[in-house]
Design a protein around this ligand. Structure first.
Ligand SMILES: C[S@@+](CC[C@H](N)C(=O)[O-])C[C@H]1O[C@@H](n2cnc3c(N)ncnc32)[C@H](O)[C@@H]1O
Length: 285
């Protein structure tokens, strides 16, 4: 069990910080903040920008050619956020920078779980291989209720991926955390496979506010409970609406979430506060 006093140094880095018990959120750019941190983390679970939006609207063409019906009648929108716009070379450089920092901060043989889609997952895998990190598995999250493909020019993309890497080189990686029995229990007594059939984030998890790529608690619970232990400190450099912090709180892990967008930082804060209220109401604390 890590000592919650270890989190105190994170509050002194000079950035706007929110602390709720064992959960710390920092507002700011991970590329700037990570190199200043000295705390050792047991694992990192994170969901970086996917580079779906593209740069200079280069990825706008498919959207414009798409069926007008989906835009006007169905009100479908695509991810079009400034934090998700990179050119391909910039994205590789960005990935190398934050992953280098994560590898410095996570303890040897600690787990590193990274979300991605086909837009970025190969670049993340390539960067991990260049860093000579051990890749144990990849997990395929199947979203059975994924949005239809409005361009009608390709298959309907219904999956996201999680790369499970261990913070050591291929040869020496050992003793990584894998809670086999717990995952089996979470999978109704059957051995957990690497394809997870879990629907998109339900509206009940978006009552406090919305984030365009908020992950379902069920997916994050499998990652946090299956690949870390109670009392571990977990790092999420791209916190968004704070789903990883929320799950860490529910399952007795310590966490640091970093988020550069003030509105999403505030949303993550509100979600943690809301969780506290619910716990007080249910008399669980
Ligand atoms: C894919 S979303 C994470 C969503 C999160 N898993 C959730 O469930 O809400 C990525 C987040 O990273 C943030 N972000 C992008 N670049 C960042 C950076 N350099 N430092 C910190 N946060 C960043 C974005 O604002 C966005 O909220």
């Amino acid at each position: 069990m890590r000592d919650s006093r270890e989190l105190a140094s994170l509050e002194k880095l000079g950035f706007e910080t929110f602390r709720d018990g064992n959960q710390v959120l920092i507002l700011g750019d991970s590329l700037e903040i990570l190199p200043r941190i000295e705390t050792e983390f047991d694992a990192s679970v994170t969901d970086p920008p996917y580079n779906i939006s593209g740069y200079d609207n280069k990825k706008e063409i498919g959207w414009l050619k798409s069926n007008f019906y989906w835009q006007s009648e169905k009100k479908f929108t695509k991810i079009d956020e400034d934090w998700d716009k990179f050119s391909n070379g910039d994205y590789l450089e960005f990935t190398a920078k934050w992953l280098n920092s994560v590898c410095r901060l996570v303890r040897p043989n600690g787990n590193i779980m990274i979300f991605g889609t086909y837009h970025n997952i190969y670049k993340i895998g390539y960067t991990l291989e260049k860093l000579d990190r051990k890749i144990v598995n990849s997990i395929v999250w199947y979203k059975r209720n994924a949005f239809p493909n409005i361009t009608q020019r390709m298959l309907c993309e219904s999956t996201e991926y999680v790369i499970w890497a261990v913070n050591n080189n291929q040869k020496d990686a050992k003793n990584w955390t894998f809670n086999y029995d717990l995952l089996k229990e979470m999978n109704n007594g059957k051995q957990m496979r690497n394809v997870w059939d879990i629907p998109l984030t339900p509206p009940s998890e978006k009552k406090v506010g919305k984030h365009p790529s908020q992950k379902p608690m069920e997916v994050i619970e499998r990652l946090v409970c299956g690949f870390t232990n109670e009392g571990d400190i977990i790092l999420d450099p791209f916190a968004g609406s704070g789903t990883i912090s929320i799950v860490c709180r529910k399952h007795n892990r310590l966490s640091l979430g970093i988020e550069s967008n003030k509105a999403y930082f505030n949303l993550a804060k509100r979600r943690l506060e809301e969780l506290d209220k619910t716990k007080y109401q249910l008399n669980l604390m």
